[in-house]
Design a protein around this ligand. Structure first.
Ligand code: GDP
Ligand code: GDP
Length: 458
């Protein structure tokens, strides 16, 4: 499971500066989809070999009447859900009453907390940081987030004990990408058969009240589905294994349906962190949107997370029952306008309440999973690369034609194609896009984003 790191501290200590530094590289995909903006609160980070979710809890000012009332509900929830808390202070401003109040709260929560003294640039750090020991939270870690000083070490220091306890293996490649092996035709085929027998992890996500619970109940209510009971913890989504028409699934239920059916347990509040973790853990994301509400900012935010995680994606526009044609037309044109840029995802119009259209979701989910995980041999990828070159030559760069040599797979879910050649880094974006679409069409990839990487030389 992916760790969640919460940034906590009073306003102006440098939380958003650190957040931006941590998430900038990983949230890059959003830049490819101009319809989406980055979430300023939640992001994915990769540093010191660890992938994690980072949450900026916003400014908490403990100086005013009692921290419990003053902390925003969201910030409190984020602290509860975090695996590791980075408690940020300002080494230049020194220790404040707000810091003490926040520290008291954190001590009472018994959370794994690391004290960070930020802004140590240009000051005598050791003497400035001494007083933060009195927060009673152990060692004080020195950092200058604006300069990036101490950031990687801090993450290493904070996450390594957690990762070791959880059996999370550090990825050593600096890009954070698994180095994929290359496949021959036979190996690719054998791997494909094996993958089709693995369960598809399907996260059902969406803002509150769009109909996630209704949909899950509808899916589970079908007679052909065999459900096994799995205990879950309160904090995380519930994992429901099921099989349908010979295919295994694990539904990742972010709405807490299974728990609701038990009398004693409380209905879960919507949690962005829970949703993010579900997305990270899924193969395919089913994003549910409410037709009656149109497309909300929160829908786009969740979509952004799915895209950044590179997940295969199916969109279900729910509550398609009992609305007249005029409304339907309006919803469709809004989808075109606001989601037209994700042309790879299938969109279904369904009624979870009546079951209309629900059965067809599986086709798109399976298609997306198969596209996202399909192993393709080096020889086939190289052949497609050559065909794309023959159809449309790469441009000249400095009077020389860019030479593409071969292509191989660099990862799956999302599929990554690595292209080797001379001057490939100089290829214009338009040609890269052309190649990406060429690979997509040739491989019949539907329902998942696809990534192209370029490597100079052989
Ligand atoms: P937040 O309110 O906790 O999110 O704080 P911000 O990230 O907005 O930072 C508040 C101010 O501190 C901004 O003007 C930052 O440029 C500045 N700042 C953040 N980190 C550093 C640092 O490491 N050194 C210095 N000198 N200034 C910093
Ligand atoms: P969740 O918060 O996303 O799990 O949403 P729920 O499944 O609890 O649904 C919220 C409300 O929408 C409930 O009153 C449902 O009965 C209603 N609802 C869910 N799906 C549909 C649908 O397809 N059509 C209509 N008309 N109402 C629906």
């Amino acid at each position: 499971m992916i760790p969640v790191v919460a940034l906590v501290g009073r306003p102006n200590v440098g939380k958003s500066t650190l957040f931006n530094r941590l998430t900038r590289t990983r949230d890059a995909l959003v830049a490819d989809f101009p319809g989406l903006t980055r979430d300023r609160k939640y992001g994915r980070a990769f540093l010191a070999g660890y992938e994690f979710i980072v949450v900026d809890t916003g400014g908490i000012d403990g100086t005013e009447e009692g921290i419990e009332t003053k902390m925003a509900e969201q910030s409190l929830a984020a602290i509860e859900e975090a695996d590791v808390v980075l408690f940020m202070t300002d080494a230049r401003a020194g220790l404040t009453a707000a810091d003490l109040a926040i520290a008291q709260h954190l001590r009472s929560r018994d959370k794994v907390t690391f004290v960070v003294a930020n802004k140590v640039d240009g000051i005598d750090a050791d003497s400035a940081c001494g007083e933060f020991w009195s927060l009673g939270l152990g060692e004080v870690y020195q950092m200058a987030a604006a300069q990036g000083r101490g950031v990687t070490n801090m993450i290493d220091y904070a996450l390594t004990p957690y990762a070791e306890a959880m059996g999370i293996v550090r990825e050593l490649d600096e890009e954070g990408e698994q180095v994929e092996r290359e496949y021959t035709e036979e190996e690719a085929e054998a791997e494909q058969t094996r993958l089709q027998n693995l369960p598809i992890k399907l996260a059902i996500i969406g803002k509150p009240n769009v109909g996630k619970s209704t949909l899950i109940n509808r899916i589970l209510g079908e007679e052909r589905v065999v459900v096994y009971d799995e205990p879950g913890t309160t904090r995380d989504s519930i994992y429901i294994p099921m099989s349908r028409e010979g295919r295994e699934y694990v539904l990742i239920d972010t709405a807490g349906v299974r728990r609701r059916s038990k009398v004693h347990e409380v209905v879960e509040k919507f949690s962005v962190i829970k949703t993010l973790k579900a997305v990270e853990d899924a193969n395919v994301v089913l994003l549910v949107i409410d037709a009656r509400e149109g497309i909300a900012e929160q829908d786009l935010g969740l979509l952004g997370f799915a895209l950044n995680a590179g997940r295969a994606l199916v969109i279900a526009v729910n509550k398609w029952d009992g609305i007249d044609q005029l409304v339907k037309d309006r919803v469709k044109s809004e989808l075109d306008r606001r989601l037209g840029f994700i042309d790879f995802a299938r969109i279904h119009f369904i009624s979870a309440l009546h079951g209309t259209g629900v059965g067809h979701l599986y086709e798109s989910i399976e298609e997306a999973y198969d596209s996202a995980t399909r192993r393709v041999s080096t020889s086939m990828l190289t052949r497609i690369m050559q065909m794309s070159q023959e159809d449309h030559q790469p441009p000249l760069v400095n009077g020389r034609r860019v030479k593409l040599k071969y292509a191989h797979a660099g990862g799956y879910n999302p599929p990554i194609v690595v292209v080797h050649g001379n001057q490939v880094s100089k290829l214009p974006d338009s040609y890269k896009r052309y190649m990406m679409n060429y690979f997509r069409r040739s491989l019949k990839v539907v329902g998942t984003p696809i990534q192209l990487r370029f490597h100079e030389g052989a």
